[in-house]
Design a protein around this ligand. Structure first.
Ligand code: TXA
Ligand code: MG
Length: 312
Protein backbone atom coordinates (compact mmCIF):
# COMPACT_ATOMS: atom_id res chain seq x y z
CA UNK A 1 0.00 0.00 0.00
CA UNK A 2 1.48 3.34 -0.98
CA UNK A 3 1.86 5.73 1.94
CA UNK A 4 2.66 9.45 1.98
CA UNK A 5 5.87 10.82 3.47
CA UNK A 6 3.82 12.09 6.42
CA UNK A 7 2.34 8.65 7.03
CA UNK A 8 5.76 6.97 6.69
CA UNK A 9 7.13 9.34 9.37
CA UNK A 10 4.20 8.56 11.66
CA UNK A 11 4.54 4.79 11.18
CA UNK A 12 8.30 4.77 11.78
CA UNK A 13 7.94 6.92 14.90
CA UNK A 14 5.40 4.42 16.21
CA UNK A 15 7.66 1.37 15.95
CA UNK A 16 6.46 0.13 12.55
CA UNK A 17 8.44 -1.06 9.54
CA UNK A 18 8.06 0.85 6.23
CA UNK A 19 9.52 -0.01 2.82
CA UNK A 20 11.52 2.93 1.48
CA UNK A 21 13.08 3.78 -1.87
CA UNK A 22 16.83 4.17 -2.31
CA UNK A 23 18.81 4.70 -5.50
CA UNK A 24 20.03 1.07 -5.32
CA UNK A 25 17.10 -1.14 -4.22
CA UNK A 26 14.10 -0.68 -1.91
CA UNK A 27 14.83 -1.06 1.82
CA UNK A 28 12.76 -2.39 4.70
CA UNK A 29 13.27 0.38 7.23
CA UNK A 30 13.01 0.74 10.99
CA UNK A 31 14.08 3.57 13.29
CA UNK A 32 17.51 2.66 14.62
CA UNK A 33 16.32 2.58 18.22
CA UNK A 34 13.00 0.81 17.75
CA UNK A 35 13.70 -2.70 19.09
CA UNK A 36 10.20 -3.76 18.11
CA UNK A 37 10.52 -2.66 14.48
CA UNK A 38 14.04 -4.09 14.14
CA UNK A 39 12.76 -7.45 15.38
CA UNK A 40 9.90 -7.20 12.90
CA UNK A 41 12.35 -6.71 9.99
CA UNK A 42 14.06 -10.03 10.75
CA UNK A 43 10.68 -11.73 11.07
CA UNK A 44 9.22 -10.28 7.86
CA UNK A 45 12.25 -11.13 5.74
CA UNK A 46 12.80 -14.51 7.39
CA UNK A 47 16.31 -13.21 7.93
CA UNK A 48 18.78 -15.10 10.15
CA UNK A 49 19.65 -13.13 13.31
CA UNK A 50 23.39 -13.31 12.54
CA UNK A 51 22.95 -11.10 9.47
CA UNK A 52 23.42 -7.41 10.41
CA UNK A 53 21.63 -4.40 8.91
CA UNK A 54 23.03 -1.33 7.15
CA UNK A 55 22.36 1.96 8.95
CA UNK A 56 21.19 4.72 6.58
CA UNK A 57 21.91 8.31 7.57
CA UNK A 58 21.52 11.71 5.91
CA UNK A 59 24.89 13.33 6.65
CA UNK A 60 28.47 12.73 7.82
CA UNK A 61 27.76 14.16 11.29
CA UNK A 62 25.28 11.30 11.83
CA UNK A 63 28.02 8.81 10.96
CA UNK A 64 30.47 10.36 13.41
CA UNK A 65 27.86 9.99 16.14
CA UNK A 66 27.61 6.24 15.45
CA UNK A 67 31.23 5.19 14.90
CA UNK A 68 34.63 5.60 16.59
CA UNK A 69 38.32 5.51 15.65
CA UNK A 70 37.37 6.83 12.22
CA UNK A 71 40.14 6.30 9.64
CA UNK A 72 41.21 9.66 8.13
CA UNK A 73 40.56 8.22 4.64
CA UNK A 74 36.84 8.41 5.34
CA UNK A 75 37.03 12.12 4.53
CA UNK A 76 38.20 11.34 0.98
CA UNK A 77 35.80 8.49 0.32
CA UNK A 78 32.85 10.40 1.77
CA UNK A 79 32.86 12.47 -1.41
CA UNK A 80 31.07 9.50 -2.98
CA UNK A 81 28.11 10.15 -0.65
CA UNK A 82 25.20 10.45 -1.07
CA UNK A 83 25.63 7.33 -3.17
CA UNK A 84 25.78 3.58 -3.43
CA UNK A 85 28.76 3.12 -1.12
CA UNK A 86 28.49 1.34 2.25
CA UNK A 87 31.41 1.50 4.66
CA UNK A 88 31.96 -0.87 7.58
CA UNK A 89 33.48 1.01 10.53
CA UNK A 90 34.07 0.49 14.25
CA UNK A 91 30.78 1.00 16.08
CA UNK A 92 30.09 3.08 19.16
CA UNK A 93 28.34 0.10 20.61
CA UNK A 94 26.04 2.00 22.96
CA UNK A 95 24.70 4.01 20.01
CA UNK A 96 23.66 1.04 17.87
CA UNK A 97 21.47 -1.81 19.09
CA UNK A 98 23.14 -5.20 19.20
CA UNK A 99 20.53 -6.69 16.84
CA UNK A 100 21.41 -4.19 14.09
CA UNK A 101 25.10 -5.16 14.30
CA UNK A 102 24.27 -8.84 14.91
CA UNK A 103 26.62 -8.63 17.87
CA UNK A 104 29.58 -7.36 15.83
CA UNK A 105 31.92 -4.56 17.00
CA UNK A 106 31.43 -3.00 13.57
CA UNK A 107 28.57 -1.28 11.77
CA UNK A 108 27.82 -0.75 8.09
CA UNK A 109 26.76 2.82 7.23
CA UNK A 110 25.71 4.67 4.11
CA UNK A 111 24.19 7.95 2.94
CA UNK A 112 21.71 6.97 0.21
CA UNK A 113 21.02 9.15 -2.81
CA UNK A 114 17.26 9.44 -2.92
CA UNK A 115 15.64 12.80 -2.08
CA UNK A 116 12.52 11.29 -0.50
CA UNK A 117 14.53 8.96 1.73
CA UNK A 118 16.95 11.71 2.77
CA UNK A 119 13.97 13.87 3.73
CA UNK A 120 12.54 10.97 5.73
CA UNK A 121 15.81 10.37 7.59
CA UNK A 122 16.07 14.07 8.44
CA UNK A 123 12.65 13.79 10.09
CA UNK A 124 13.02 10.47 11.96
CA UNK A 125 16.79 9.96 12.35
CA UNK A 126 18.96 7.05 11.16
CA UNK A 127 17.17 4.05 9.67
CA UNK A 128 18.32 0.44 9.84
CA UNK A 129 17.32 -1.26 6.60
CA UNK A 130 18.10 -4.41 4.66
CA UNK A 131 16.87 -4.84 1.09
CA UNK A 132 13.06 -5.14 0.88
CA UNK A 133 12.76 -8.70 -0.39
CA UNK A 134 12.24 -12.09 1.19
CA UNK A 135 15.63 -13.55 2.15
CA UNK A 136 17.28 -15.23 -0.81
CA UNK A 137 15.03 -13.67 -3.46
CA UNK A 138 16.01 -10.94 -5.96
CA UNK A 139 15.91 -7.49 -4.34
CA UNK A 140 12.97 -5.17 -4.99
CA UNK A 141 13.57 -2.31 -7.40
CA UNK A 142 10.02 -0.96 -7.56
CA UNK A 143 6.98 -0.45 -5.37
CA UNK A 144 5.33 -3.40 -7.11
CA UNK A 145 8.16 -5.81 -6.21
CA UNK A 146 7.79 -4.93 -2.52
CA UNK A 147 4.07 -5.64 -2.69
CA UNK A 148 4.73 -8.94 -4.46
CA UNK A 149 6.90 -10.07 -1.51
CA UNK A 150 5.10 -8.56 1.48
CA UNK A 151 1.49 -8.16 0.36
CA UNK A 152 -0.78 -5.33 -0.72
CA UNK A 153 -1.35 -3.94 2.74
CA UNK A 154 2.34 -3.48 3.51
CA UNK A 155 3.26 0.26 3.73
CA UNK A 156 5.59 1.43 0.97
CA UNK A 157 6.91 4.93 0.38
CA UNK A 158 6.90 4.93 -3.41
CA UNK A 159 9.94 6.65 -4.88
CA UNK A 160 9.71 5.26 -8.41
CA UNK A 161 11.90 2.55 -9.85
CA UNK A 162 15.43 2.46 -8.47
CA UNK A 163 18.02 4.34 -10.51
CA UNK A 164 20.84 1.78 -9.97
CA UNK A 165 18.84 -1.43 -9.51
CA UNK A 166 21.56 -3.34 -7.65
CA UNK A 167 22.75 -2.97 -4.03
CA UNK A 168 25.50 -0.68 -2.78
CA UNK A 169 29.18 -1.65 -2.87
CA UNK A 170 30.38 -2.50 0.65
CA UNK A 171 33.93 -1.79 1.78
CA UNK A 172 35.76 -2.35 5.06
CA UNK A 173 37.94 0.63 5.89
CA UNK A 174 40.66 0.73 8.56
CA UNK A 175 43.56 3.15 9.06
CA UNK A 176 45.93 0.75 7.31
CA UNK A 177 43.88 -0.89 4.59
CA UNK A 178 40.63 -1.27 2.76
CA UNK A 179 38.84 -4.18 1.26
CA UNK A 180 35.78 -4.74 -0.92
CA UNK A 181 33.33 -6.90 1.03
CA UNK A 182 30.49 -6.96 -1.51
CA UNK A 183 30.55 -5.87 -5.13
CA UNK A 184 27.71 -3.53 -5.99
CA UNK A 185 26.48 -0.71 -8.17
CA UNK A 186 29.34 1.64 -7.33
CA UNK A 187 32.38 0.97 -9.47
CA UNK A 188 35.41 -0.30 -7.52
CA UNK A 189 37.56 1.81 -9.85
CA UNK A 190 35.84 4.93 -8.55
CA UNK A 191 36.60 3.88 -4.99
CA UNK A 192 40.21 3.23 -5.98
CA UNK A 193 40.46 6.80 -7.22
CA UNK A 194 40.01 7.95 -3.63
CA UNK A 195 41.66 5.10 -1.71
CA UNK A 196 44.10 3.84 -4.32
CA UNK A 197 47.19 4.71 -2.32
CA UNK A 198 46.17 2.30 0.43
CA UNK A 199 47.23 -1.32 0.27
CA UNK A 200 44.27 -3.56 -0.46
CA UNK A 201 44.99 -6.22 2.11
CA UNK A 202 42.91 -9.23 1.24
CA UNK A 203 44.76 -11.73 3.37
CA UNK A 204 45.34 -9.95 6.65
CA UNK A 205 41.79 -8.88 7.50
CA UNK A 206 39.17 -11.20 8.87
CA UNK A 207 36.17 -8.99 8.17
CA UNK A 208 33.36 -10.73 6.33
CA UNK A 209 29.85 -9.86 5.23
CA UNK A 210 27.66 -12.36 7.09
CA UNK A 211 24.90 -12.14 4.48
CA UNK A 212 27.19 -13.35 1.69
CA UNK A 213 27.13 -16.92 2.97
CA UNK A 214 23.40 -17.27 2.27
CA UNK A 215 21.77 -18.10 -1.05
CA UNK A 216 20.89 -14.87 -2.82
CA UNK A 217 19.08 -13.03 -5.58
CA UNK A 218 17.59 -16.26 -6.93
CA UNK A 219 14.29 -16.79 -8.72
CA UNK A 220 12.43 -20.09 -8.24
CA UNK A 221 13.49 -21.11 -11.74
CA UNK A 222 16.78 -22.88 -12.28
CA UNK A 223 19.31 -20.66 -14.05
CA UNK A 224 22.13 -22.13 -16.15
CA UNK A 225 24.99 -19.85 -17.21
CA UNK A 226 26.40 -20.30 -20.74
CA UNK A 227 28.52 -18.54 -23.35
CA UNK A 228 26.56 -17.05 -26.25
CA UNK A 229 27.81 -19.54 -28.88
CA UNK A 230 26.43 -22.42 -26.87
CA UNK A 231 23.04 -20.75 -26.56
CA UNK A 232 22.86 -20.12 -30.30
CA UNK A 233 23.92 -23.54 -31.46
CA UNK A 234 22.67 -26.41 -29.35
CA UNK A 235 19.46 -28.27 -30.05
CA UNK A 236 19.57 -29.24 -26.42
CA UNK A 237 18.93 -25.61 -25.48
CA UNK A 238 15.62 -25.71 -27.29
CA UNK A 239 14.37 -28.80 -25.57
CA UNK A 240 15.65 -28.07 -22.07
CA UNK A 241 15.05 -24.36 -21.53
CA UNK A 242 11.94 -22.19 -21.41
CA UNK A 243 13.71 -18.89 -22.09
CA UNK A 244 17.00 -17.02 -22.33
CA UNK A 245 18.23 -14.10 -20.23
CA UNK A 246 20.63 -12.26 -22.48
CA UNK A 247 21.28 -9.05 -24.34
CA UNK A 248 19.76 -7.27 -27.34
CA UNK A 249 22.11 -9.14 -29.70
CA UNK A 250 21.68 -12.63 -28.18
CA UNK A 251 20.49 -14.94 -30.95
CA UNK A 252 17.91 -17.50 -29.90
CA UNK A 253 14.61 -18.98 -31.00
CA UNK A 254 13.46 -19.11 -27.37
CA UNK A 255 11.77 -16.16 -25.65
CA UNK A 256 14.48 -13.58 -24.84
CA UNK A 257 14.51 -11.52 -21.67
CA UNK A 258 17.05 -8.83 -22.55
CA UNK A 259 19.20 -6.90 -20.08
CA UNK A 260 19.76 -4.32 -22.84
CA UNK A 261 22.91 -3.64 -24.80
CA UNK A 262 25.79 -6.07 -24.14
CA UNK A 263 28.51 -4.60 -21.88
CA UNK A 264 26.33 -1.56 -21.01
CA UNK A 265 26.59 -2.50 -17.37
CA UNK A 266 24.80 0.38 -15.66
CA UNK A 267 21.64 -0.35 -17.66
CA UNK A 268 22.15 -4.14 -17.47
CA UNK A 269 22.29 -3.93 -13.66
CA UNK A 270 19.27 -1.66 -13.58
CA UNK A 271 17.24 -4.33 -15.36
CA UNK A 272 18.71 -7.35 -13.59
CA UNK A 273 16.37 -7.96 -10.66
CA UNK A 274 13.21 -7.05 -12.52
CA UNK A 275 14.25 -9.61 -15.14
CA UNK A 276 14.91 -12.31 -12.53
CA UNK A 277 11.47 -11.58 -11.06
CA UNK A 278 9.88 -11.79 -14.53
CA UNK A 279 11.22 -15.33 -14.89
CA UNK A 280 9.03 -16.41 -11.98
CA UNK A 281 6.07 -14.28 -13.05
CA UNK A 282 6.13 -16.13 -16.38
CA UNK A 283 6.43 -19.47 -14.60
CA UNK A 284 9.59 -20.51 -16.37
CA UNK A 285 11.37 -23.49 -14.81
CA UNK A 286 14.72 -23.60 -16.61
CA UNK A 287 16.36 -20.52 -18.04
CA UNK A 288 19.74 -20.20 -19.74
CA UNK A 289 21.74 -17.01 -19.15
CA UNK A 290 24.12 -15.48 -21.71
CA UNK A 291 27.33 -14.66 -19.81
CA UNK A 292 29.46 -13.54 -22.76
CA UNK A 293 30.36 -10.12 -21.45
CA UNK A 294 33.36 -8.30 -20.06
CA UNK A 295 33.71 -9.43 -16.44
CA UNK A 296 35.48 -6.35 -15.14
CA UNK A 297 34.34 -3.73 -12.63
CA UNK A 298 30.53 -3.39 -12.96
CA UNK A 299 30.61 -6.35 -15.36
CA UNK A 300 32.02 -8.38 -12.50
CA UNK A 301 29.13 -7.23 -10.28
CA UNK A 302 26.70 -8.46 -12.95
CA UNK A 303 28.49 -11.80 -13.23
CA UNK A 304 28.67 -12.26 -9.45
CA UNK A 305 24.92 -11.66 -9.07
CA UNK A 306 24.09 -14.07 -11.91
CA UNK A 307 26.39 -16.71 -10.50
CA UNK A 308 24.75 -16.50 -7.09
CA UNK A 309 21.28 -16.50 -8.62
CA UNK A 310 22.14 -19.71 -10.44
CA UNK A 311 23.43 -21.53 -7.36
CA UNK A 312 20.98 -23.99 -5.85
O1 TXA B 1 22.05 -0.91 -1.48
C1 TXA B 1 22.01 -1.50 -0.41
O2 TXA B 1 23.04 -1.78 0.23
C2 TXA B 1 20.63 -1.89 0.15
C3 TXA B 1 19.82 -0.60 0.37
C4 TXA B 1 18.47 -0.86 1.00
O3 TXA B 1 20.59 0.29 1.13
N1 TXA B 1 20.74 -2.66 1.33
C5 TXA B 1 21.14 -3.95 1.34
O4 TXA B 1 21.01 -4.54 2.59
O5 TXA B 1 21.54 -4.54 0.37
P1 TXA B 1 21.11 -6.12 2.79
O6 TXA B 1 20.82 -6.31 4.25
O7 TXA B 1 20.27 -6.81 1.84
O8 TXA B 1 22.62 -6.42 2.55
C6 TXA B 1 23.59 -5.84 3.41
C7 TXA B 1 24.77 -6.73 3.57
C8 TXA B 1 24.44 -8.06 4.25
O9 TXA B 1 25.05 -9.10 3.52
C9 TXA B 1 25.05 -7.93 5.63
O10 TXA B 1 25.56 -9.17 6.10
C10 TXA B 1 26.16 -6.91 5.41
O11 TXA B 1 25.67 -6.04 4.43
N2 TXA B 1 26.43 -6.13 6.63
C11 TXA B 1 25.60 -5.32 7.30
N3 TXA B 1 26.17 -4.85 8.43
C12 TXA B 1 27.43 -5.37 8.46
C13 TXA B 1 28.52 -5.28 9.38
N4 TXA B 1 28.42 -4.58 10.49
N5 TXA B 1 29.65 -5.96 9.08
C14 TXA B 1 29.75 -6.69 7.96
N6 TXA B 1 28.75 -6.83 7.04
C15 TXA B 1 27.61 -6.18 7.30
MG1 MG C 1 19.65 -8.16 0.52
Amino acid sequence: MKVSLKKAIELLQNDHVVAVPTETVYGLAACLHSKKAIKQIFFLKKRPADNPLIVHVSCLEDIFALVKNVPPQLAAISRLWPGSLTVVLEARQNKIPDEVRAGSDFVAVRIPKHPLLLQLIKEVGPLAAPSANLSGKPSATSYQHVEDDFGESFPVLDGGSCQKGVESTIIFLTKKSWQVLRLGSLSVRKIQKYLGDLPQEKTTTTMTVPGQKYRHYAPNAHLVLAERQKINSTKKTKSTFDAVIGFDDTTTTLPLLSLGKRNAFASNLKRLYQTLRQVDAKNYHQVVVDISFDKKDLGLTLYERLERASTK
